[in-house]
Design a protein around this ligand. Structure first.
Ligand code: SAH
Ligand code: SF4
Ligand code: F3S
Length: 476
């Protein structure tokens, strides 16, 4: 590790080169081991951060000489990139990994690996060690860049490999990337989280907040635009605190402005924004920069101040509403706001939950991601008293989703006659001659058009709002 005049660690060029050498070594091992090019199946769970990590995993695998398949039964290497955010996510992983037991028994040459956020928790890694002996390789979130070395060891040593350092994390530049899509790119700008919201596992499994250098990000964005990418989504758990560890300090608003100055027809998105660090400077920059999508994903989690405090969110309902009012005032009708919210945080009462309902009513989100609280081992909230039954929480949850459905439907009606500059991304579902486009605010508009339109931005007028999609007509 080396420190380039900044507060966080950066993986040295020497270490990255060493991994490049391991790619060559793996290549020669697999060319003698398999008669045909071996295939890898990478299964990704969780958020876009994990999707972006998987694109790096695939980039390295490609360099090692692997091809790819979505079919587990055709693969010589299966990697599960896991998510720990809720119990349900973990159960799915255990179910799917468990299903490979007999497959591995019949095909002992197949390599099975697990990585990602779940593995970074000791009790999970211990469970894999003990109860899933057919998993050959387990590695954590901080050593993804070492995959070539880990695969080499797993292929050449007849022993299971566990590489799970518990550390703050570092920045690894220069890792090859194989992107899933050729028009839409994920671009991580920072890693980790320092917020320790009392319910959340992410800071424990992803380490401390660390930002990539702005020059590196701008360079990567320019290369993406140059090679035809039309939509770039900047990723971080809390992009609003980007750059706090850079010397000199760079703000997220400044970074956004630099990226939007890159020549070309493309759109910039970002996620996730945290209300605690969201500034008027950022909202003004969004309003000001044409290339920045007028879409704000600003999770509020709860509309009640006591619950927000117990969640350690660092803002109040009033501060949140003020940000929303300001964002609407500078971006007007064009702005689409989405959010995340948790139902049934330990100790939440129905009266307190009603404050979430009233905030949802007030903001009128385009869409809302709603979650029932899931206790995460090792977090402060998991130790709090949680007297409300899951049946009761289920009722509250339904009340919230019903309300949001009504709001979404009302919102849709308002779009009739409106014109949206939208990115045509693929074939439509309304009929054979339809194509589908996405607005700035993540709404889907389908319209009659030829496939040649796919991959371009077009102006489309909404002719008929349906329940989940808008029907429209092409203007130009
Ligand atoms: N960094 C983002 C959120 C990442 S996790 C932010 O702070 O906004 C995505 C969402 O999962 C969170 O916004 C939250 O709504 C939900 N979530 C996280 N931990 C959870 C838990 N223990 N139970 C239920 N939902 C949770
Ligand atoms: Fe979790 Fe909070 Fe960090 Fe988001 S900001 S990842 S909810 S700790
Ligand atoms: Fe899940 Fe890890 Fe993302 S816990 S939500 S994959 S950062």
């Amino acid at each position: 590790m080396e420190n380039k005049n900044r507060k966080t660690n950066v993986v040295s060029d020497k270490d990255i080169k060493e991994q490049s050498e391991f790619c060559k070594k793996v290549k020669s091992v697999i060319s003698s081991k398999y008669s045909e090019k071996p295939l890898a199946c990478v299964v990704t769970y969780g958020c876009q951060q994990n999707v972006a990590d998987s694109e790096r995993i695939k980039g390295m695998l490609q360099k090692m000489g692997y091809g790819f398949t979505d079919e587990r039964k055709n693969a010589q290497l299966i990697i599960f990139n896991t998510c720990a955010v809720r119990e349900h996510a973990e159960d799915r992983v255990f179910g799917n990994v468990g299903m490979l037991k007999s497959y591995k028994h019949e095909n002992p040459g197949v390599l099975i690996a697990c990585c990602g956020c779940m593995m970074q928790q000791k009790h999970i890694a211990d469970k894999i060690k003990k109860s899933f002996p057919f998993v050959d390789l387990v590695f954590g979130t901080h050593v993804v860049y070492k995959l070539p070395e880990l695969i080499f060891t797993a292929l050449t040593r007849k022993k299971r490999v566990f590489e799970l350092p518990d550390m703050d994390g570092a920045i690894a530049e220069g890792v090859p990337v194989l992107r899933d899509n050729d028009k839409k790119a994920w671009l991580p700008i920072m890693y980790g989280c320092n917020n320790f919201c009392s319910y959340c596992i992410v800071p424990y499994v992803r380490g401390r907040e660390r930002s990539r250098e702005d020059d590196m990000i701008v360079k990567e964005a320019a290369e993406l635009v140059e090679s035809g990418y039309k939509e770039i989504t900047l990723l971080g758990q809390n992009v609003n605190s980007y750059g706090k560890d850079l010397l000199p300090r760079v703000t997220f608003a400044q970074l956004l402005r630099r990226i939007s100055e890159i020549n070309g027809d493309f759109r910039i998105r970002f996620m996730t924004s945290h209300p605690k660090d969201c500034t008027k400077e950022l909202l003004d920059t969004m309003a000001d920069c044409d290339k920045v999508a007028k879409h704000l994903h600003l999770p509020f989690q709860s509309g009640n101040n006591r619950v927000l405090k117990a969640m350690n969110r660092g803002y109040t309902r009033e501060k949140y509403s003020e940000l929303i009012d300001y964002a609407k005032s500078v971006m007007g009708d064009e702005l689409s706001i989405t959010s995340d919210t948790i139902v049934g945080f330990p100790g939440e009462t129905y009266e307190e939950f009603k404050d979430t309902l009233s905030l949802v009513e007030y903001v009128k989100f385009t869409s809302l991601f709603t979650f029932i609280y899931s206790p995460r081992k090792g977090t402060p909230a998991a130790e709090m008293k949680d007297p409300v039954t899951s049946a009761e929480k289920g009722k509250w949850f339904k009340e919230l989703t019903d309300l949001q459905e009504k709001i979404s439907a009302d919102n849709m009606k308002k779009y009739e006659g409106k014109i949206f500059k939208s990115f045509v991304y693929g074939k439509g579902k309304l009929g054979d001659n339809y194509v589908a486009a996405r607005t700035d605010g993540n709404l889907i508009i389908e319209f009659e058009g030829t496939e040649e339109l796919i991959g371009s931005f077009r102006n489309i007028r909404v002719t008929q709002p349906l329940t989940y999609v808008l029907k429209g007509e092409l203007l130009n």
